[in-house]
Design a protein around this ligand. Sequence first.
Ligand code: UDP
Length: 454
Amino acid sequence: MDEKKTDMRALMLPWLAYGHISPFLELAKKLTTKNFDIYLCSTPINLNSIKNRITKKYSLSIKLVEINLPILPDLPSHQHTTNGLPTHLIPTLKLAFYMSQDSFAKILDTIKPDLVIYDFNQPWAPTFAAARNIPAVLFMTTGAAACSFGLHMLKKPDVEFPFPGVRLQGFHKSEFQNIVPKASQENENEDKEDALDAMRRSCKIILYNTFRDLEGKYIDSLSILTEKKIVPIGPLVQEPVLDATEETKTIMKWLHDKPNSSTVFVSFGSECYLSNEEREEVSHGLEISGVNFIWVVRFPLGEKVSFEEALPIGFVERVGERGLVVEGWAPQAQILAHSSTGGFVSHCGWNSVLESLKFGVPVVAMPLHLDQPLNARLVEEVGVGVEVERDENGKINREAIAQVIRKAVLGESGEGVRIKAREFSDRIGMRREEGIGEVVEELVKICEGKLVKN
Ligand code: UDP
């Protein structure tokens, strides 16, 4: 293990979403063990969402830097995060972030970091860094399989994807429309360019929140496609820190009273919302499955209704002690880490996939959009989950949901999936920390060489 310590200042600029700032924070923590001083720059509301995870150990080496976004009509002034934001306003948030470039430049001039670590939604950040002779490195918070597939389709759409997964190969080109990270429906090409620009502008390497055991062949594919060294630095997963809110205590107490591996956690991340129809199917699916569950039900800002209106009549009474419906947010890492949890009905956001692997919980995959369908295929390919089949119109139905839940949690046919999930968790648990040494070596080389040609 490389014991070389450094003395560098890195400014981090994640996208304004919990699923991005969270792995950035975990990367920050790792870098501080090698004497990096980290300046984590985001909007106040995003910084608030991770404040309680910066324990005393890190409080001197991770500094939070607020960036204020312009107030745009449509975008509620306090809502400078995707969490709770209606999906159609995400392009407006992206625009507001884009318009904060002057503030970003001032922050750079004040902090004078040795390195900028940016996110794919801010392909403009490296330009500001370069103007000050500061190298910038991209940190991708998505998986390598989904990205390599997306890039492959952009660059070589007529060639078969060279690293087929179970059904990855069968993915039709039209489905790809939703895969490359993009925030705008209207200006799709521009957004694809954004993601590509973000990759092109990264200095020599691109960091990925993944690991070779999981995505080795896709990491190799990516380095060919991007012509950069791909440095896997994952899995960067939040620790299940027990926050002491009454709500968390109630949830954990409820879970604690359930038998081992008996309960599914049902959550679709921080940015996705089920349609009314999907919510109805999920409710019935959970009811028919007969399996215990904790379900996080979320509504976008301004669309909140009561559970009575949102869930089928009598649902809460019928499931009784078997189910707990939580509004808005639940301590996902803590729940997944608990021994009573035996399955995760997930949209397959990348953090959720990594968290289920880390805590050894089989996945019932219900991808909704963006990279999630590809992540779900990876989950099946490596054998840690089963996807809920949609019908020919792309709709999910209650029987399919119930069947897959029962298989993953209880059924004999799901034993292999449960074993594989535990194996991944064991392997992750046994990993030594050597990865960070290599990453730091790469970063230090880049900083010392200053603007090494991309
Ligand atoms: N999360 C959580 N509680 C919730 C919903 C989400 O703690 O009720 C966390 C989850 O643990 C993960 C992140 O939010 O770390 C969601 O990231 P992911 O990439 O899975 O999905 P996204 O929100 O980006 O769609």
